[in-house]
Design a protein around this ligand. Sequence first.
Ligand SMILES: Nc1ncnc2c1ncn2[C@@H]1O[C@H](CCC(=O)c2cccc(C(=O)O)c2)[C@@H](O)[C@H]1O
Ligand SMILES: [Zn+2]
Length: 355
Amino acid sequence: MTDHLDVLVDPAPLDLHAFIASLPKAELHVHHVGSASPRIVAELAARHPDTKVPTDPEALVDFFTFTDFARFIDVYLSVVDLIRTPEDVRLLTYEVARDLARQQVRYAELTITPFSSTRRGIDERAFMDAIEDARKAAEAEFGTVLRWCFDIPGEAGLESAEETVRLATDERLRPEGLVSFGLGGPEIGVPRPQFKPYFDRAIAAGLRSVPHAGETTGPQTVWDALTHLRAERIGHGTSSAQDDRLLAHLAEHRIALEVCPTSNIATRAVRTLDEHPIKEFVKAGVLVTVNSDDPPMFGTDLNNEYAVAARLLELDERGVAELAKNAVDASFLDEAGKSRIRDEIDTYTAAWLAP
Ligand SMILES: Nc1ncnc2c1ncn2[C@@H]1O[C@H](CCC(=O)c2cccc(C(=O)O)c2)[C@@H](O)[C@H]1O
Ligand SMILES: [Zn+2]
């Protein structure tokens, strides 16, 4: 397995890596806890000696090695257990924003699972204040605009769904940065239709629907997310490539797929990158966005995911810039904000290609 401490460097041409590194970007599918860097995880593990998470960043490499998706969730939850105080939440959120800013991410929709933290004893009001403090500090200091997606950890069942939609819609609690509502965790044994009442309430409160689907199960899960949960984007949607009618539907209705290539390999959802269906998505005219999901856990970062996508799709700088604009188009940022980032991407790309 790769040395997760050093980010994977895709064998895409080095000058394309250089172009990507400074390209203004937006990220739509990246998890709060899943983005905790090895340094942050090691620091939190040292604070909580009762944890099974190694304190030595080197030992984290083996710890972040998964044999299958279930093992990934186990590791993920052991990191969730390290987030125990509002200060842990604020520190993590601010550091994730710093890492995003380093990659020239101008806008990110960060998926947070509040149920996992409130059920472990963090006060809900303090939790919301911590993420909002970090969001405002990050925007002021890094210029990176963060918005939140609150997601249901599906395997935790309808109790977690109720708690998540309460936290997302209670006017006294709902954070200013919240824009969307999702569904994560294992898909096997967690059918999507049961969550319809909760998504209906979230949508009625003005939140956008962005469930994971088709990551570790077939295309029916994606259909269910579209029909029962009224998904506007799909997390992963990997198995959509098995159903031409579904691909045509996604393309016709411009429902973006939040593609996370290395995640799919690390969790064994896809066997090898060369077999990844991202090419089929583009060929079918589906709106594809590139994302990192849980970057340190998968030994990658957003820039590397763009390099992977560029290599698999055989893109040059202009093609990569179009991928970046896809994410801006599919985002829930206001039109003025979208235009600003699109213009930045075009100006940067033109300057890079100028003779
Ligand atoms: N690629 C991914 N695909 C899917 N999800 C992903 C991915 N990356 C990260 N996640 C996150 O993993 C969590 C899973 C949490 C979970 O399953 C669970 C089960 C039982 C109890 C509890 C609890 O908290 O008590 C939590 C979710 O919050 C989700 O946001
Ligand atoms: Zn995810």
